[in-house]
Design a protein around this ligand. Sequence first.
Ligand code: BTN
Length: 239
Amino acid sequence: MINWQIITLGKVGSTNDEIKKYCTEKGKYVVLRAIKQTSGRGRRGRSWCSMEGNLFFSLALEMPLSKLGMLVVIASLSLHQVIKNLNSQAEVKLKWPNDVLLDGAKVSGMLLEKGQLDYIIVGIGVNIAKHPDNAEMLYPTTSLQEAGIHITAEEFMAQYLQKFEQNMELLQAGKDDILRNQWLKCAKGVGEKIAVRQEEGEQSGIFRGIDENAHLLLEKENEICHIRVGDVFYIEKEI
Ligand code: BTN
């Protein structure tokens, strides 16, 4: 069983920054949640709109960087499992690399960063009660509450830590393939045309899944490209 050191703070800039203060010695599993977050950070230099009543937390654990991709897999799969457990009828999908979509809109995002020593920080935001105005966002967003799921941030995090631990046990037992397949079953758009936006520009192709490092496999002109970073957009099929 993971012996988490759980810290709850009233107000922080970013839980991803705050948790680093607790990772000064080896061998710890730390979870840090903030009731309010004033400078939440998102992927690719974006900010994370941290609205009152929502969940902002970070995990810190030691893991070799070679396992980073699998950590993305278990961290996002665990979110999917918790939300699906709360409402089995809801349409819950994973969007590469680590977003969760609820009824087609983003309900959760994740930011992984390198901490001190061998720590990796996994920062997770879940829109429990509120979501930002969609007109200002890159993607449409939603909240659990909007989808009729009523749970507190605290209870959600407790359920998440349980799922995370189960998936971590599978990872430690070398069940990477099983975990990746589970992730793929929950992913949106496998086998379909997508566009991937990167700093260098945008490319489109067929989403063929993920590799052992959880990099996206994009088929273009019968060639498979492995993509490490980017934002995925689904291309609506014409009828
Ligand atoms: C994204 O989708 O762009 C990632 C969003 C990650 C947000 C969470 S909230 C808790 C943690 N602290 C941060 O500053 N960011 C992450």
